[in-house]
Design a protein around this ligand. Structure first.
Ligand SMILES: *Cc1c(COP(=O)(O)O)cnc(C)c1O
Length: 369
């Protein structure tokens, strides 16, 4: 039920537009990354929109996420980007997911599962070229894994890596070092008979570094119109989210009266205050105190006082005519104004728009348009 009126509108046309813009800009096949419930946008609707717009594959972090897409009727290729343990590899294989192999143990587990079920599981070999997270750390290890997997009946569809600095202004030199190590591993794999494809680029790399595109790019944040690196995307990506909440109370605060827990705001003069039913239980971060704004009637209204679990207060003294039921935009556009995920991340401090999007909790209904 959607009684509260606090909702997350997801513009699937924007997702489709972004997929097409990325395909045009990169001229490469595209794996739409929909992990973390589609960066909070809803994995299944985003996956369908991305495939509709021409994405060839989907990327998820967990086997569970892949299984949920399969249960939703998605039969496109799905890669599990994270390393799964034996149980996950087994279930993922049964659902026809492509599985990440980044160590010897996972290769052995998948080979045994293949024998037990007499099917050929699909896998992508992960090469750690400098992210330091998962993956084979040398060309030699990758070749040994490839040979063991291929001999054991695993279909090694691809080899891939992931960049640590693609979105950083001074990240080019490190990224180029990663590319060189990836090329070295690919060459060794080819010599050992590997005939699959290669992929490496997240959103920032796909847009900013043509040499990182290989046979497929793996954009996540770009699909959602988030911030790409330091330079802007340059290809007209559109943000997909509007987070809105209605005004449920309006009152005059007299000079010297306070708002919210801890009395951290005291009115220096009379103020008109609107209360909105949204708070940190929805992912509206408490650390945005003193910086957050919402949009009402297309204008910016500062959020005053401590952000509560379920409610916030906005100063509408300068915005005439605000009444009960009026919709505030917490994120997204209203009139000429827009609050981006990146701006909200700066208000929250020490975070990025990715975390803001993923952090909008399940209590906020997603509405697709
Ligand atoms: C999350 C992720 C991506 C997508 O990254 P963005 O920066 O959101 O484009 C691509 N590849 C891997 C391995 C990932 O974990």
């Amino acid at each position: 039920m959607r009684l509260r009126g606090t909702e997350l509108l997801v513009d699937l046309r924007a997702i489709e537009h972004n997929v097409r813009a990325l395909a045009t800009a990169t001229q490469t096949r595209l794996m739409a990354v929909v992990k973390g419930d589609g960066y909070g946008h809803g994995a299944l609707p985003v996956a369908r929109a991305a495939l509709q717009a021409g994405a060839q594959a989907l990327g998820v972090a967990l086997v569970e996420e892949g299984l949920a897409l399969r249960a939703g009727g998605v039969d496109a290729p799905i890669l599990v980007l994270g390393q799964s343990l034996e149980k996950g590899l087994f279930e993922g294989m049964k659902a026809g997911l492509s599985l990440c192999l980044s160590n010897e143990e996972s290769v052995q587990a998948l080979v045994s599962a293949a024998k037990a079920l007499r099917v050929s599981p699909k896998a992508h070999l992960k090469i750690d070229t400098g992210m330091g997270r998962i993956g084979f750390r040398s060309a030699g290890e990758a070749v040994a894994a490839y040979e063991a997997a291929a001999k054991g009946g695993v279909t090694v569809e691809a080899a891939f890596t992931h960049f640590a600095t693609a979105d950083m202004q001074d990240g080019a030199a490190y990224l180029r070092g990663q590319l060189a190590r990836f090329d070295e591993a690919l060459l060794a794999l080819r010599r050992a008979g590997f005939s699959g494809f290669a992929h490496a680029a997240n959103s920032a790399a796909a847009i900013l570094y043509p040499e990182s595109r290989y046979d497929m790019v793996r954009p996540g944040i770009a699909l959602y119109g988030g911030q790409i690196g330091w330079a802007g995307d340059g290809i007209g990506l559109r943000p997909a989210l509007t987070w809105k909440a209605p005004v449920v109370q309006i009152k005059r605060l007299k000079k010297g009266e306070s708002l919210s827990y801890g009395r951290r705001y005291i009115a220096p003069e009379e103020r008109l205050i609107a209360t909105l039913p949204v708070g940190y239980a929805d992912g509206y971060r408490r650390s945005m105190f003193g910086r957050a704004e919402v949009l009402l009637k297309g204008r910016r209204a500062p959020v005053l006082g401590t952000i509560c679990m379920d409610q916030i207060m906005a100063d509408v003294s300068a915005i005439p005519g605000v009444k009960l039921g009026d919709e505030a935009a917490l994120l997204g556009a209203q009139g000429e104004e827009r609050i981006t995920g990146a701006q909200m991340a700066r208000w929250a401090g020490e975070t990025i728009d990715y975390e803001i999007f993923c952090g909008i909790s399940a209590r906020v209904p997603r509405v697709y348009e």
